[in-house]
Design a protein around this ligand. Structure first.
Ligand code: MSP
Length: 650
């Protein structure tokens, strides 16, 4: 029987204002959309992913004036920042719409005219409190301040009274129709808390909406009445149809409209869940399946704002470690509907523990053993024993759940499923100790089986993480000797046994090098400098008590510095060659702002020698020196007495 084909999938992000450059909040929505697009493709659906920029209106007009250029020139300049960021984040939209494009402006005018002809748009007089910053008239329920003025409840800025001739959209006529739609389509607004919010707003009554301005010049002219420009939100919301071929490419439009999901931030819910469906009902177009309102990212528990100087620049993180750790962190840390808190400590902790330790180490250990024990080629393995079968079954079960979670937009849960499986594979390797099996030539078929199970697991993991971390997944795919793109895998066909026996594996390179928090914060402008972290608090004595046994795990030794040089391109780092008595090592230390290299040569200080090696700015550090740190300065406690090199410190 022929397989039933799956419906097309159309995902959108909000179109971003070009009054400012993109930040991590914008990156978040676009990463979710890109991940869903990649997943849905791998799940067998035809996909269209739309993003773009919102270029008209007072906000953009003001930003342009402030920079002494006309709005179009300003938009042309800022839009490049969005193109570049999406590229740097490996986000690949199928189309990037700009509201200043001819195809969009014509579509908006056409839809305006249709509603005007039908009587859903009519001309009148509007007087009300208007928020210039949000380009929105305040609702009646916003109370007067003591001074008799009103403040915008969304942005906290003072509103002003505006009176003008305007065209109204007959929103009041759609109150009941909207409520009926919410009732019959409970998934129309997600998560449920936002559906409740929208429903109670609409139940409170809807007034007709002013949708043109005579005071704003930078906008789409009203057809036949060019003294009016179309309100920026009426203009912008229609990008979702003009961007998919409305009145331009009927085949494309037919195929993908209505959208499967509009991803938006919770602050613009009302526009998407009330105004937009009402506009669509009026133009007799089908309604999107779902408006998903995601949460907001805060920085160190505070709202990001330019005035606080805590707006996170995604490039700081991309430059340091590529796009995948950021993509992973944003999607893994919180469910899409909730607010998230970004701290550099939290970010680096996750990258080190989930990516470098759990996954990165597993890949490098398993593949290195296959290379070392079998010249990189998996020979025929022994038959599966029950523990081996468990791993295969665990994979199949995990695949089923991870796919289901992705499919319902629970991206953090999909990743949880995958990481629980990675833990299982790590345990399987520890239990079966292939490094011991290797010692007995009679156990080679058994050794082959254990390593086959590990490699087959990693192949499946590569495919399942591909929507979130396309670059790293492709690397894993290639390490495993697979050709082509991992994204050509279809989850329906992804089987544990898909890894061919006899496959030649490639030499793995580190997937996710461990990041040293101290060095990272010291090196990256825009984190510790431009956005100061909280002053370190002096710890109270009873905080974080550890036992002596825990302390004794640290192996501290006296190191003698043989050579010291600056790390190229990193003004805070020195590369040191140290002698530990029994061996020589290289360490990287963030002390270059206090010590010149020559001041350290010949000195003796304390080094932790059993810390896992880390790569800092591309240089491997095989230990860490101890120093007191205060702001940018550090003070290394040197030994004054002559102590033997390599002596234990305890
Ligand atoms: N131009 C309108 C959208 C029109 S859609 C037809 C707009 N643009 S915006 O650039 O101000 O915001 C775009 C999106 O970024 C919104 O969904 C907003 O919620 C999101 N974010 C802005 N800051 C954010 C965070 N700190 N965290 C998460 N998302 C945030 O609104």
């Amino acid at each position: 029987m022929a397989k039933k084909s799956k419906p097309p999938f159309y995902v959108t992000t909000p179109i971003y204002y070009v009054n400012d450059v993109p930040h991590i909040g914008h990156a978040y929505t676009t990463i979710i959309a890109d991940t869903l697009a990649r997943f849905m493709k791998m799940n067998g659906r035809d996909v269209f992913f739309l993003t773009g920029t919102d270029e008209h209106g007072q906000k953009v007009e003001k930003a342009a004036t402030a920079h002494g250029v006309d709005p179009r020139a300003w938009a042309d300049k800022v839009v490049v920042r969005f193109f570049d960021l999406w590229k740097a984040l490996d986000c690949e939209p199928d189309f990037f719409i700009r509201t200043t494009m001819d195809i969009h402006e014509k579509g908006v005018q056409k839809l305006f005219k249709i509603l005007l002809d039908r009587g859903d748009i009519y001309k009148g007089e509007y007087k009300g409190w208007y928020c210039v910053s949000d380009e929105n008239f305040l609702t009646e329920d916003v109370a007067l301040d003591k001074d008799g003025t009103k403040t915008c409840p969304d942005c906290g800025r003072k509103a002003q009274v505006v009176s003008e001739e305007t065209y109204f959209f007959r929103l009041s006529a759609y109150q009941q129709k909207l409520l009926d739609h919410y009732r019959t389509h409970p998934q129309f607004v997600r998560p449920q808390s936002r559906m409740n919010e929208v429903t109670s707003f609409v139940r409170g009554g809807l007034k007709d909406l002013s949708i043109t301005r005579t005071t704003v010049k930078w906008g789409v002219p009203v057809p036949g009445d060019p003294a009016h420009t179309i309100y920026v939100w009426f203009d912008a919301l229609h990008n979702y149809v003009t961007g998919i071929g409305y009145d331009r490419d009927p085949a494309l439009f037919e195929k993908f409209w209505p959208a499967s999901v509009h991803l938006i931030g919770k602050d613009i819910l009302r526009f998407h869940a009330v105004f937009w469906p009402a506009f669509l009902m009026a133009s007799r177009l089908p309604l999107p399946e779902c408006v998903f309102g995601h949460g907001w990212w805060m920085k160190d528990e505070a709202k990001m704002s330019k005035s606080k100087g805590n707006v996170l620049d995604p490039y700081v993180l991309i430059r340091a470690m590529g796009p995948d750790p950021l993509r992973y962190f944003l999607l893994r840390e919180v469910p899409i509907g909730l607010d998230g808190n970004f701290s550099h400590e939290g970010f680096i902790h996750r990258v080190n523990s989930d990516l470098a330790n759990d996954l990165g180490n597993l890949v490098s250990r398993a593949l290195t053993m296959i290379r070392n024990y079998f010249q990189g080629k998996i020979p025929p393995p022994a038959a599966e024993n029950p523990a081996d079968a468990e791993i295969r079954k665990a994979f199949e079960e995990m695949k089923k759940w991870a796919v289901a979670q992705y499919d319902s937009y629970a991206l953090n849960k999909a990743l949880e499923e995958i990481w629980a499986f990675i833990t299982t594979v790590n345990k399987y390797l520890a239990d079966n100790a292939p490094w011991k099996l290797h010692k007995d030539p009679a156990l080679r078929p058994r050794l082959a089986r254990v390593l086959y199970q590990a490699a087959a697991s990693l192949r499946g993991v590569a495919a399942l993480i591909a929507p979130v971390m396309p670059g790293s997944a492709q690397k894993m795919w290639e390490f495993l000797g697979e050709s082509g793109s991992v994204q050509d895998v279809r989850f329906d066909d992804l089987a544990f046994a898909g890894l061919d026996i006899g496959h030649i594996l490639k030499e793995p390179t580190p997937l996710f090098p461990r990041v040293d928090l101290k060095a990272f914060l010291a090196e990256e402008p825009g984190t510790s400098k431009e956005q100061p972290m909280d002053e370190p608090k002096t710890p109270s004595v009873d905080q974080n008590i550890i036992t002596y046994d825990e302390f004794a795990k640290l192996e501290l030794r006296v190191a003698h510095v043989l050579e010291a040089v600056k790390v190229e391109g990193a003004k805070k780092l020195l590369k040191l060659k140290i002698d530990l008595g029994t061996e020589q090592r290289q360490i990287v230390a963030g002390v270059a702002e206090t010590y010149a290299p020559e001041q350290l040569v010949g000195k003796k200080f304390i080094v932790i020698v059993n810390l896992k090696p880390a790569v800092i700015r591309g240089v491997e550090s095989q230990g860490m020196l101890l120093a007191a740190v205060s702001g940018d300065k550090s003070a290394i406690p040197f030994f004054e007495a002559d102590v033997p090199t390599g002596a234990k410190v305890k």
